[in-house]
Design a protein around this ligand. Sequence first.
Ligand SMILES: C[S@@+](CC[C@H](N)C(=O)[O-])C[C@H]1O[C@@H](n2cnc3c(N)ncnc32)[C@H](O)[C@@H]1O
Length: 221
Amino acid sequence: MATSPRAFVLRHTQLLRVPGLEEIRLHLADRVLPLWHAVQVETDDLDAALPYWAFAWGGGLAIGRYLRDHPEAAAGRRVFDLASGSGLCALASMRAGAAEATGADIDAFAAASIELNARANGHRVAVVRRDVLDEEPPEVDLILAGDCWYEASLAQRVLPWLLRARDREIDVLVGDPGRRYLPTNELVELASYDVRTTTELEDLEFKHARVFGMRPAFEQT
Ligand SMILES: C[S@@+](CC[C@H](N)C(=O)[O-])C[C@H]1O[C@@H](n2cnc3c(N)ncnc32)[C@H](O)[C@@H]1O
């Protein structure tokens, strides 16, 4: 990698207010394909992941709106933002009064982005840059999972991990704009929002996105 992930994020994004969550600012890109190409060149890897970290995804936007409407879900609590991307959900939890927040992502650019976005919003967010899905869920009070159900292989790993978290009495909030691998049988809908994303990523600019908790174990059929 020629430059640091931090310098790369700064060079390819602008600090902008998040649509529908204007109190939060993120380093965002407007075009996905040119940025993806720049990531491939920078990393010398044609299989490099999409630059998820440069966008606020529908699931994260829904969690952000939910935490603004229900700050008590995060206030005073230890929060873990799985698949954090830009760190949007972690930041929304800090705005809601979380005691501490951690953003976890496997992407080096996401890790840099979480740090930059935390600083831009005047919050502290710890960053975990490794795949935590083979570990036990962390010792926290609330796990946020924004937009994790877009890929079968990831969804198959996230669900058992969230079920283990639920069984350890950790609260979970899932945000999702209708992805294919959403495990609806395991979830209870709490709220829904029309969120503004971008046709760079989605078929429509506005997506209907829902926020869920985990279905209690005793309700399983
Ligand atoms: C669609 S983005 C969602 C980002 C953010 N939660 C939001 O809603 O804006 C999915 C993120 O999951 C991350 N990811 C993929 N596999 C992961 C894993 N095993 N552990 C942690 N993060 C992962 C990707 O790098 C990407 O940043």
